[in-house]
Design a protein around this ligand. Structure first.
Ligand code: GAF
Length: 391
């Protein structure tokens, strides 16, 4: 996949001038993310280890005298093939827009900011980005984060990265209708250049874990069409919550592997496996942060391998094409790095941490073998860990 990693800020600024016949006051941006390990642990109050990536969404913005939001999305086509445009008032009831679904992330953020009494002003906005969409790299969290950033800064409202992430997550949970955790919004807000962040999704504390300079961060999109992702995601979340309530605790974070083993006979076997994934994944994530910090890439590779197996066998969110992709990359990288599915699952992407010297060979092998086993073309991006919008 040839995606422009360049700065789209100037282009978005120019488009703003063209559409609104005045310069923007500022251009804001927020990154997508890739998760190295810690999958479906965030909404169980657990640990995750994502990095913000150098694929972002930009928003050129200027305040308006009236209380209207006018937004144009350059990457989305609207009437007559023109960029999609929406317009709504801050003081009217904010409703979802089926004709411009991209705008629901913006609308949801506006509603959540107003619900929390942030003082907002009207705004003209032009949006464009290069986060691959529908690939599991959190283009939606990037759009939520850049919306929070632009709208609060235009209005001079103080907000920090953690609060901004909570607003983005609430927009997604309560307005868009996906019951996601807080990982994607938190890393889009707080990511650090060159680092993954170990996030404690209960305390919302973060620890930067530098990525080795001689390793490449590869993201390979399987291009498997993802169906029913949101409903399958919400089912997984409900299964985890059922097990937590069996133990009468707030979240699976509070259940040990021993406790789970002792309760195995009382639990539905599927629920048991779901919880087994989450509890073991939390420990793998903590161990991975240690392995990366200590430069132990062999251990990191083993943890990523175990994470993938757990997502495949216990959490059942991988698909055969993704498993094949992981095997192809694993065969090249061996013990010198790691590879696993990343994101919510049921398709989407694989993340690989590979020695820079092996990057070209990995790309070549994926391009050669993946179409044969899956009938699909892979899309490959090389990412650099980058800075969040509130970092
Ligand atoms: C999606 C969700 F948005 C995240 O909150 C997280 O649960 C992830 O799936 C799975 O780890 O990206």
């Amino acid at each position: 996949m040839k995606v422009d990693t360049g700065n789209l800020g100037p282009a978005v600024g120019n488009a703003f001038e063209q559409h609104f016949e005045r310069p923007p006051q500022s251009v804001f941006s927020a990154p997508g993310r890739v998760n190295l390990i810690g999958e479906h642990t965030d909404y169980n109050d657990g640990f995750v280890l994502p990095a913000a990536i150098d694929y972002r969404i930009w928003m050129a913005a200027a305040p308006r005298e009236d209380r209207r939001i006018n937004a144009i999305a350059l990457n989305q086509s609207g009437a007559g093939g023109e960029p999609s445009r929406v317009s709504f008032r801050l003081d009217a009831t904010i409703e979802t827009d089926a004709a411009a679904p991209w705008s629901n992330y913006l609308r949801g953020v506006v509603r959540e900011l107003l619900n929390r009494d942030y003082p907002l002003c009207g705004a003209d906005l032009v949006i464009a980005g290069n986060v691959p969409q529908g690939a599991g790299l959190s283009s939606s969290a990037a759009l939520e984060t850049v919306s929070v950033s632009a709208l609060t800064r235009l209005a001079g409202a103080a907000i920090d990265g953690v609060q901004a992430a909570r607003v983005g997550q609430a927009a997604e949970n309560d307005f868009v209708g996906c019951n996601c955790g807080i990982m994607d919004q938190l890393i889009s807000c707080l990511g650090e250049a060159g680092c993954a962040l170990l996030l404690d999704c209960r305390s919302l504390q973060t620890r930067a874990v530098p990525l080795p300079a001689d390793m490449s961060l590869l993201v390979v999109n399987s291009n498997v069409k993802r169906g029913l992702v949101d409903s399958a995601y919400n089912v997984r979340r409900a299964q985890c919550e059922q097990v937590a309530s069996h133990f009468q605790v707030a979240a699976l974070r509070d259940v040990s592997l021993n406790q789970l083993a002792r309760a195995q006979n009382q639990l539905d076997p599927v629920a048991y496996r779901r919880a087994h994934h989450v509890i073991t994944e939390n420990q793998r994530t903590l161990d991975a942060a240690e392995a990366l910090s200590g430069g132990d890439l062999e251990a990191m590779g083993r943890l990523m391998e175990a994470s993938h197996a757990s997502m495949r066998d216990d959490f059942e969110i991988t698909v055969p094409a993704i498993d094949a992709l992981v095997d192809i990359i694993k065969a090249v990288v061996g013990t010198r790095g790691g590879v696993r599915m990343t994101g919510g699952g049921f398709g989407g992407c694989v993340v690989a941490l590979v020695p820079a010297a092996l990057q070209a060979l990995v790309v070549e092998q994926v391009q050669q073998h993946y179409p044969q086993v899956s009938g699909l073309e892979p899309s490959i991006v090389v990412c650099r860990a980058s800075r969040g919008a509130f970092a």
